[in-house]
Ligand binder design. Structure first.
Ligand code: NAD
Ligand code: TDX
Length: 353
């Protein structure tokens, strides 16, 4: 990784931010293109302020002139596309922004990448990769059994997952039609430091600590397969370095949990670390609320391909990653508070009460 230059998009977000922090620490020069939407946060990257390994550029992936200028100026060895609208609930209220960034934006980025890649000298052209970060949600919803593999047919159910599916198809088409050396990763639910508090785990921590009701959608029986964010980052590096051009790799944590189990586990961790003054358990704050429209019941990843082909497995057990995440949010309340001082107040999106 050392001495490589990567164009990272969406690197001020949750996963992209963790990725940039790790990559720069490993000696990569990261050109970080981020539009700084509500989800982009430069506080995450504060430790890189004086680092020559990090160049932050405020802008969108759909800005062809800007992307072309960055490619020409920095001559990256790879492009990693994390930039997206990422919240399912927001996609229910406003799908257009999801199509704009995830589909139209990714198309612009692909066209710029193709034109740049074509002009590279032979050796650098062979080594160049465009890695697209996608989600397991493109495969739809599972019943009580079964796992998503790389050949599971696409069946996206939310405007978010439909827009990610469309972007995956464009990435695939750019390989098939133009020969662009692409890689696609479809990952399960991530959790860890620097996640925007609209998502389940940081939302529950914030609500629990604030003494507010903790909203569990429906019966709390929906299942997600949780992966610690830094394990996702290490998987992406592994795919970038050793994945077969044109390949698709599913990434998962082998940690299927019902939502209610996750919420109760967080409550238990907080009871140990930050007991309520009235002595009641935090689980007493749990409130079952109206379900998410179109709520996918179960996601679960078969991560056998990345394990067998590339030797990657997750390093973090869910109970350890969850405890580390709770500890991180308790130790970094200023990071969340700065968000809550802005426009977001832990409110629900997507047709709830
Ligand atoms: P996030 O919402 O925390 O971050 C997205 C980042 O993209 C933000 O910094 C935002 O400012 C930036 N952005 C948005 N529109 C942009 C544009 N037009 N140009 C440039 N930057 C733009 O999302 P995340 O959770 O970090 O997800 C990152 C990627 O990983 C997404 O593509 C998402 O679909 C995928 N993914 C997420 C998860 C998960 O559990 N969070 C799981 C699997 C895959
Ligand atoms: O308040 C809540 N209560 C609740 O029960 C919230 C915010 C969520 N939920 C449920 C809905 C889901 O079943 O928890 C589960 C997780 O919800 P989210 O954190 O919104 O994640 P999810 O919809 O599963 O999507 C996430 O994983 C896949 C990411 O946001 C996506 O970007 C990623 O592609």
């Amino acid at each position: 990784m050392a001495n490589k230059t990567w164009l990272v998009t969406g690197g001020a977000g949750f996963i992209g931010g963790n990725f940039v922090l790790d990559a720069v620490a490993a000696g990569v020069k990261a050109i970080n293109l981020d539009a700084l939407t509500y989800a982009g946060n430069l506080d995450t990257l504060k430790s890189l302020e004086n680092s020559p390994g990090h160049v932050f550029v405020h802008g969108g992936i759909g800005d062809r002139a800007l992307v072309t200028q960055l490619l020409t100026e920095h001559q990256p060895d790879a492009i990693l596309n994390f930039a997206a609208e990422s919240h399912v609930d927001r996609s229910i209220d406003g799908p257009a922004a999801f199509v704009q960034t995830n589909v139209v934006g990714t198309l612009a980025l692909l066209e710029c990448a193709r034109d740049y890649w074509r002009e590279l000298p032979d050796a650098r052209r062979d080594a160049f990769r465009f890695l697209h970060v996608s989600t397991d949600e493109v495969y739809g919803s599972l019943g009580d059994t079964g796992l998503f593999t790389e050949t599971t047919p696409y069946a996206p159910n939310s405007p978010y997952s439909a827009s990610k599916a469309a972007s995956d198809h464009l990435v695939r088409a750019f390989h098939h039609t133009y020969g662009l050396p692409v890689l696609t990763t479809n990952c399960s639910n991530n959790y860890g430091p620097y996640q925007f508090p609209e998502k389940l785990i940081p939302l529950v921590i914030a609500k629990a600590v604030a003494g507010e009701p903790i909203p569990v959608y429906g019966d709390g029986g929906n299942v997600r397969d949780w992966l610690f964010v830094r394990d996702h980052c290490s998987a992406i590096v592994r795919v970038l370095e050793a994945g077969r051009a044109g390949g698709v790799y599913n990434i998962g944590g082998n940690a299927e949990r019902r939502n209610l189990e996750v919420v109760e586990a967080i409550c238990g961790l907080l009871d140990e670390r930050r007991p309520r003054t009235d002595g009641k358990p935090r689980a007493s704050q749990i409130s079952f609320v109206r379900d998410r429209p179109g709520h996918d019941r179960r996601y679960a990843i078969d991560a056998g391909k990345i394990r067998d082909e590339l030797g990657w497995t997750p390093a973090t057990r869910f109970q350890d990653g969850l405890a580390a995440t709770v500890d991180w949010y308790l130790a970094n309340t200023a990071w969340t508070q700065r968000i809550l001082d802005g426009n977001y107040r832990l409110q629900r999106f997507g047709g709830g009460d």
